[in-house]
Design a binder for this molecule. Structure first.
Ligand SMILES: [Zn+2]
Ligand SMILES: [Zn+2]
Length: 395
């Protein structure tokens, strides 16, 4: 029997364990940096298996290390653990028991799949030519968990040579896997803008500087960044998602406040967007005699999959599920803090389809009816485990 088949069989034999773990995490979701219960359960399982366990890495993260050969490289596998501030609406036996908090992105599934992979790796440890580090990361949804864990040395001692992450994906059919070399997810950033005008009576606009009108011009001008400054062959997003100004129908307010996001798949396009946001803001505000203060804060870097690790992941996944179920996904303008690891070490972020219309698991991520197809979970565990084993063969 091939090793990929062995890994798959072990993972499938763990179906109940993985599904039960996922349901437990789903019923007791925890927000960013509050993943206490989740981390404790993770640490307990890893310790029982005989992994070296480090708790409280990056505040509430857990790291498990399986050393098979200290003179060989270490490959890291990462799962995120945090939930979202959202009231779950789908009725299931495992519906969230915490009001207003829900696993609506599938991080419960990631944690459970990586725990499953831990068991598989332990059972097949004779095939591991090196060391495997399992990273259970907090606070992905706020983009801060990965940098916190890196700060706490998660990529050191022993140093990590390659890293792999996995995300369930409801937009892809169940069991289909997406592996893409190069940019997969976007660099993201936040826009905060204060437009200072001069308030007054709605009947006498000539005595005021109307921040609402200035804001309207700004929002319109920002649309030209993507349409007129970025090449049609590149990708970028500028979204103003919030405008707040004024209360009354006859009062021109003093100030307006705008918020939004900018996104791009490369550093070059991201920097171009920021430059144009600043220039348009400065010049339009000056034209209307208003004072504006624009704050642009970079969030996650772009998630760019390394050619070598992506080739390894592609081969591993193809052996597990068959080439016909592996596709090259279109990049998404969503962001992922896995990108911070990729700034430090080569790695690949893999997406795993869990969308099944009959099981109603095809709802968008971050939707109150979001759910995952649990039949896919053992495949996720197998992908984690086998990719690590394959990577250690090649590194
Ligand atoms: Zn999410
Ligand atoms: Zn997510």
């Amino acid at each position: 029997m091939s090793l990929s088949q062995k890994v798959l069989n072990e993972a499938l034999s763990l179906r109940d364990f993985i599904v039960n773990a996922r349901r437990e995490f789903h019923m007791y979701p925890e927000l960013a940096f509050q993943e206490k219960r989740t981390s404790e359960k993770v640490a307990e399982v890893l310790e029982k298996l005989g992994f070296q366990v480090r708790r409280n890495v990056g505040k509430t993260g857990v790291v498990g290390l399986l050393v098979r050969n200290p003179n060989r490289p270490t490959v890291a596998l990462r799962a995120d653990m945090d939930a979202l501030p959202l009231q779950e609406l789908k009725e299931t036996p495992y519906k969230s028991k915490v009001p207003g908090v829900m696993h609506a992105c599938g991080h419960d599934a990631h944690t459970a799949m990586l725990l499953g992979a831990a068991v598989v790796l332990f059972r097949l440890k004779d095939y591991i030519n090196g060391n495997v580090k399992l990273i259970f990361q907090p606070a992905e949804e706020v983009g801060q968990g990965a940098p916190e864990m890196i700060k706490d040395g998660v990529l050191e001692d022993p140093p990590v040579s390659a890293i792999f992450g996995l995300h369930v994906w409801s937009y892809l059919s169940s069991g289909v896997v997406g592996v893409r070399e190069g940019p997969l997810l976007a660099a993201t950033g936040e826009i905060e803008l204060k437009v200072k005008g001069k308030g007054g009576h709605g009947a006498h606009p000539e005595q005021t500087i109307d921040p609402v009108v200035v804001s309207a011009y700004l929002v319109t001008a920002y649309q030209t960044i993507v349409s007129r400054n970025i090449s049609a062959l590149d990708s970028g997003v500028v979204t103003i998602s919030s405008i707040k100004a004024g209360e009354a129908f006859n009062v021109i307010p003093e100030e307006a406040f705008l918020k939004g996001t900018y996104r791009a798949l490369t550093f070059e396009v991201k920097n171009l967007i920021k430059k144009r946001l600043q220039e348009l803001t400065d010049n339009i505000c000056r034209a209307f005699n208003s004072e504006c203060s624009l704050k642009l804060t970079d969030s996650t870097p772009p998630t760019i999959n390394h050619p070598l690790t992506t080739k390894i992941a592609y081969e591993a996944v193809s052996e597990l599920v068959g080439k016909e179920k592996v596709l090259t996904p279109t990049p998404s303008m969503g962001g992922e803090d896995f990108a911070y690891y990729l700034e430090k070490v080569p790695g690949t972020f893999i997406i795993l389809g869990t969308g099944n219309k009959d099981k109603e698991t095809d709802k968008p991520h971050h939707n109150p009816y979001f759910d995952v197809d649990e039949d896919v979970l053992p495949i996720g565990s197998a992908i984690y485990a086998y990719t690590a084993i394959k990577a250690l063969e090649k590194l």
